[in-house]
Design a protein around this ligand. Structure first.
Ligand code: NDP
Length: 486
């Protein structure tokens, strides 16, 4: 568990220090300790990375797809081999429990890279025969793609975005959040060790200013963004400079709807995991928990019986299952929401204890379940991105669908019931990019992941993602005479 002492960019397969005069401190969120100072990449380094990415991409798209596939497969193997090392960096970066980093962050990253390595060899266009012509479509890479990431799953986000980009023959430049600067560079080293040619995966460190420079850069043709709705809108506007292709993975306030035919223990397990995993810093979390009214007492009892299972503490300890929030600012924001919930009349039930010792100055907050919530409350309407669950009650299916959809977001939704007809009706009506039935927040790589409404557009994972990293050229080969009125 070596403490990180330096932050690098990864340009042309080399670790280099950012050359901008802008620097920022790198914290360990679980103790608040400053680990080191990082330098942002300079404008010149961005230009250099884009130029290198552009040259490398031209060769990469001509590399046989089997070769591309082999390199990516090797990278997935190396990720699995280095699981502990990656997970440790992920904990330094985020303050999340190491057990989660091992079981989810690293696994889902390796799965995505392996999955897209398999799809790399399946890319193909179409053929249509019409009377006067043969029509073909040819699949082509987009070119230089960039990813701008949020801070909750830095390694997974870098992998989920770069894997399809590289499989489709693009090059990829990644800007992690300034709050997590470590693990994406290790991904770069792993790709290099797997044989990925220089310039195809690069990492530039920096804050929103660097993000803006990337978005406005004419040499970049696509941006895949994960972050807040407001930032997504700014990126869309700035991307118009050269009409970049976009993927937007934005925020959510997802409904988790539990009917009274659900086993109370199942309901409690689902609601807790859907709200407190990764300290609640998960975009798809089911933060509006709608419980059928006459089921509330059983749900409450089952939840409260699980109170002792919530263990905050040093995230490097295996038994800890709630880590620290990402930063002091974020802790303040989450706690302001909690205070607002109380002042608006919701009843708070708090779980776990703030750790002492080294972690006493970490950015921990106790998970809270709010009962007696109303749809109009701020905690129910706005994304909190922390361990705060709002419990609401409903009577009928029609009522809960209308209330669940009454939000600008449309990322995830969950339904728990044994009634299959009800499930089918609700799937049709819920306005969400993903609907989980009798489970929640499971993201197998085969399943396209992404939102609708203001939660964004475009997908990650699943075959559909290939469409977001390729363009299609249509070819008309005439069999007949040229038509002309002249
Ligand atoms: P932000 O939108 O604040 O930041 C995301 C990234 O964008 C960061 O790298 C940030 O840099 C950068 N950035 C900020 N401003 C600009 C700008 N004007 N132009 C270009 N880049 C910019 O989101 P958070 O990091 O706070 O992440 C939390 C949000 O992400 C939540 O809303 C959450 O729901 C969403 N999210 C969505 C997911 C999904 O798949 N749908 C998954 C995970 C999170 P820096 O941080 O260095 O300032």
């Amino acid at each position: 568990m070596n403490k990180p002492t330096q932050v690098h960019c990864f340009i042309n397969n080399k670790k280099v220090i950012g050359k901008s005069a802008n620097s920022f401190p790198v914290y360990f969120p679980a103790t608040g300790e400053i680990l080191c100072t990082a330098n942002s990449a300079s404008v010149e380094q961005l230009d250099e990375a884009v130029e290198i990415a552009s040259q490398a991409q031209k060769k990469w798209e001509k590399t046989p797809s089997q070769e591309r596939s082999r390199i990516l497969k090797k990278a997935a193997e190396l990720i699995r081999y280095h699981t502990n090392k990656i997970a440790e960096l992920e904990v330094w970066d985020t303050g999340k429990p190491i057990s989660e980093a091992i079981e989810v962050d690293v696994v889902t990253a390796a799965d995505a890279i392996e999955y897209f390595s398999n799809l790399a060899v399946t890319l193909h266009g179409d053929y249509y025969s019409i009377q006067d012509a043969d029509i073909l479509t040819k699949i082509e890479p987009i070119g230089v793609c960039a990813g701008i990431g949020a801070w909750n799953y830095p390694f997974q986000i870098a992998a989920w975005k770069s894997a399809p980009a590289l499989a489709c023959g693009n090059s990829f430049i990644f800007k992690p959040s300034e709050l997590n600067t470590l693990s994406a560079v290790l991904l770069g080293e792993i790709y290099a060790e797997a044989g990925l040619p220089a310039g195809l995966f690069q990492v530039l460190q920096g804050d929103a200013e660097l993000g803006q420079m990337i978005t406005a850069h004419n040499g970049i043709q696509k941006i895949s963004f994960t972050g807040e709705v407001g930032t997504g809108k700014k990126i869309m506007a700035a991307s118009s400079v050269n009409l970049k292709t976009l993927t937007m993975e934005l925020g959510g306030k997802s409904p988790l709807i539990i009917f009274n035919d659900t086993n109370p223990e199942t309901a409690a397990k689902a609601a807790l995991a859907a709200n407190f995993y990764t300290q609640g810093e998960v975009c798809t979390n089911g933060t509006r928990v709608f419980i059928q009214e006459n089921f509330l007492p059983q749900f409450k009892k089952a939840i409260e019986g699980r109170s002792n299972n919530v263990r905050l503490g040093n995230p490097f300890e295996k038994e800890v299952n709630v880590g620290s929030l990402i930063s002091a600012n974020h802790k303040e924001l989450v706690e302001n929401f909690i205070n607002k919930g109380k002042s608006e009349g919701a009843k708070a039930f708090t779980m776990g204890q703030i750790p002492s010792g080294d972690c006493a100055k970490g950015y921990f907050t106790q998970p809270v379940i709010f009962y007696d919530c109303k749809d109009s409350m701020k905690i129910v309407k706005e994304e909190i991105f922390g361990p705060v669950m709002s419990v609401l009650t409903f009577k009928t299916e029609e009522e809960v669908i209308e209330r669940a959809n009454n939000t600008e977001f449309g990322l995830g939704a969950g339904i728990f019931t044994k009634d299959i007809s009800r499930i089918q009706r609700m799937i049709d009506q819920l306005e969400a990019g993903i609907v989980w039935v009798n489970n929640y927040n499971i993201t197998p790589v085969e399943m396209p992941f992404g939102g609708t409404k203001q939660s964004g557009f475009g997908k990650e994972n699943g075959i559909d993602t290939l469409n977001h990293y390729t363009k299609r050229k249509s070819i008309y080969i005439s069999k007949g005479d040229v038509f002309s009125p002249f």
